[in-house]
Design a binder for this molecule. Structure first.
Ligand code: 0L1
Ligand code: MG
Length: 262
């Protein structure tokens, strides 16, 4: 860790304060330019631990930067992962409140519900599929705490990968019954088509993306637990939304998931 003693606590407080007070902040690497990706994952873990100490429950894992386009934009060749906690879960039938966000965007994803624990450093997409009980369409609201949604890789990892909320569809499907790489998706805003994508946009196959994350977690002696929800990565770019907007993402063979912003 390149950080001086006590700086980790200071950074975590800084990011939690930005989230609680709904205010964007200057990115961490402006003050700590030597922050590495490994340091950032340590900070992320401590930040999530703070949320858990304060009463949230760990409910799963999310992947980010899973599309080649996003990776190229950031000049990287690897995805990132963060954690989902209980107070990020929003419900389809309850509007999300715009004033709880800084500059939110929403993106369509396929969520996996794990039917078994999964841990290791040699995990394949097939292992992920076997350990999955159901898949369902999901919307992820991302809301970077950083000024103008701009950050470096260590910044975004420390900020738990911009996580804010996620919404799950109500239809749960056996993952073996759908070719997840071929699933087509259309996301609309206020009845107008906004983005399209396919499951293959997520590192070739959403289960491959999850296998990557499990192998990363495995190196830290961690893994997925039975009952975990995993957001496997966006099928298209994220779109901004405002009060009064309604979003629906329709996935071939999986159904749809929607969100209204109040
Ligand atoms: O879930 C995501 O793909 C977001 C990861 C962080 C990058 C971003 O905020 O755009
Ligand atoms: Mg996402």
């Amino acid at each position: 860790m390149v950080l001086v003693k006590g700086a980790d606590t200071e950074i975590i407080e800084y990011l939690l304060h930005a989230e609680r007070e709904v205010c964007e902040v200057v990115k961490v690497t402006d003050q700590y330019p030597e922050l590495t990706v490994a340091d950032a994952y340590v900070l992320q873990k401590k930040l999530v631990h703070r949320k858990i100490v304060e009463g949230s429950k760990r409910v799963g894992v999310k992947l980010g930067l899973t599309s080649k386009a996003k990776q190229q934009m950031m000049g990287i060749n690897e995805a990132i992962y963060g954690y989902l906690v209980s107070d990020m879960l929003a419900l389809e039938w309850e509007p999300v409140k715009y004033d709880q966000f800084i500059h939110p965007k929403v993106e369509p994803e396929i969520a996996f519900l794990m039917g078994e624990d999964l841990q290791g450093t040699n995990i394949t997409a097939e292992d992920v599929m076997k350990a999955t009980k159901y898949v369902t369409p999901a919307l992820e609201v991302i809301d970077s705490r950083y000024l103008n949604f701009k950050f470096t890789l260590p910044d975004v990892i420390a900020d738990n990968c911009s996580s804010a909320r996620f919404i799950l569809g109500s239809k749960w499907v056996d993952p073996m019954r759908v070719d997840l790489a071929k699933v087509g998706m259309v996301m609309s805003k206020n009845g107008e088509m906004a983005t399209v994508g396919t499951g293959a946009a997520v590192l070739g196959h959403p289960a491959s993306a999850i296998a990557w994350a499990v192998n990363k977690l495995g190196m830290q002696n961690e893994g997925l637990k039975k009952g975990d929800i995993v957001l496997s990565g966006a099928l298209s770019e994220a779109i901004a939304f405002q009060t009064g907007d309604s979003i629906i993402a329709q996935f071939d063979g999986l159904g749809s998931v929607s969100m209204f912003c109040k």
